[in-house]
Design a protein around this ligand. Structure first.
Ligand code: SF4
Length: 402
């Protein structure tokens, strides 16, 4: 007996939440949002049953139904699916629904540990950030949102830093960050030399005031190739002081308000920098309206998100901001995210710390799975939860109403 079939392409995601259905074609980035009627819901559920291979059987009545027909043709127009009319069951088209398959998950590493194999778990570690000391200009809160020096009288010993990096090393460790008032650190030259012997990208993060206080030493220092300096700008300064620098640098400019943005934009307008300038919003407990207007996502922002199938799978599996990173504070405590409990100290083995995060951690696998995001069709198009959500104490930073 011949019948009709509607099949979704294997790059098409079909997300149903509440009374909405979102269809997203990850190949051409087309998308469409529909209200979910009883008729469409039945069809969508059948499409999502694994054994149906992303194909649903349609009757003559379905094909001639105005609502179903319109829906199907919208999806055909966006090249999300196709219709096959009068085809026998054995010859029906099939497709593979895009489903995340994770091999290196928590259970895998727990099993490896029980078997006595340490496996490849350290290969997941690709970035280390050491707050090697504090800065008088540091802040007790901002480091919870972004890299920003803290106020602390403590300093990490060079030998402990070196050993931790050495024990973390796999070819997958690619970045090391040093943060603090670095030129008050007694062994800074030796520490930089130690790190430069490893093939990792070293980035120095220093506040503008600390940078200007040591600008002569910084200019005279012999920087290993591939070292970058990221100058953290939290105040207006004389930009001409950056003119003669002979090494690569970038600027991270902290923004608390729209006025800050305008002020800094005009400051840098007068000075042509070939370097990167990034504006980073910072929440100070009093600038929620700035965040609501400038950081919170609108539906238009999400409508412009262009993600590949793999990028969506990554958001379904890991926290993109945190995964693979560890931060070590001046007291030696190690964190996968500084807003979460410490996983150990710099004297512990990186393996034990990474294993702990993989099996019991709260950072690397922090996904958008809380209410209201878990009930929102945009759940996997939105970015992974960031530190802002934690600091502001809200599960979502958006104006989208479901
Ligand atoms: S942040 Fe959450 S609620 Fe807002 S659009 Fe994204 S998934 Fe939906």
């Amino acid at each position: 007996m011949k019948t009709h079939w509607f099949t979704l392409h294997e790059d098409t995601f079909l997300w149903l939440k509440g009374n909405k259905v979102l269809v997203y074609n990850a190949e051409n980035k087309n998308r469409a949002l529909f209200n979910l009627s009883d008729k469409l819901e039945k069809i969508c559920h059948r499409l999502l049953e694994i054994e149906n291979l992303y194909t649903v059987e349609l009757t003559d009545e379905d094909v001639n139904d105005e609502e179903i027909s319109q829906w199907i043709h919208s999806l055909i127009d966006m090249r999300a699916g196709y219709l096959s009319l009068n085809v026998e069951f054995d010859k029906r088209p099939v497709s593979l629904m895009p489903v995340l398959k994770v091999q290196d998950n928590r259970e895998y590493y727990e099993g490896q540990q029980e078997l006595g194999f340490k496996g490849k778990i350290l290969q997941n570690l690709h970035e280390l950030t050491f707050y090697i000391n504090g800065s008088e200009e540091g802040d007790a809160e901002y480091f919870k949102q972004t890299i920003f020096p803290v106020r602390s009288d403590l300093a990490l010993e060079r030998t402990r830093i070196r050993l931790f990096i050495k024990n973390s090393r796999s070819s997958f460790l690619s970045n090391v960050n040093l943060v603090g008032d670095l030129f008050l650190y007694p062994d800074i030259g030796e520490l930089i030399n130690d790190i430069s012997e490893l093939s990792v990208q070293l980035t120095i993060h220093i506040l503008i005031k600390d940078f200007l206080n040591h600008v002569q030493e910084i200019k005279e220092m012999k920087w290993p190739t591939d070292t970058r300096i990221n100058i953290l700008v939290d105040r207006v300064f004389d930009v001409s002081s950056l003119k003669d620098l002979s090494f690569p640098f970038s600027l991270a400019v902290f923004i608390f308000s729209e006025d800050d943005f305008l002020r800094y934009s005009s400051l840098f307008d007068t000075f042509s920098l070939a370097q990167d300038i990034r504006f980073i919003p910072v929440y100070n407990g009093e600038n929620m309206s700035f965040f609501e207007s400038n950081v919170f996502m609108e539906k238009d922002d999400i409508d412009n998100v262009d993600l590949s199938k793999n990028e969506i799978f990554i958001r379904q599996a890991i926290n993109v901001g945190d995964f693979g990173k560890l931060t070590i504070m001046p007291d030696g405590k190690v964190y996968a995210n500084v807003n979460m409990p410490s996983l150990g100290t710099i004297d512990d083995s990186p393996y034990s710390i990474v294993y702990k995060e993989f099996t019991n951690g709260e950072s690397w696998f922090r996904l958008r799975v809380q209410n209201p995001c878990e009930n929102c069709v945009y759940q996997w198009l939105c970015p992974s939860p960031s530190n802002y959500e934690i600091v502001i104490d809200r599960p979502n930073l958006c104006h989208v109403r479901n």
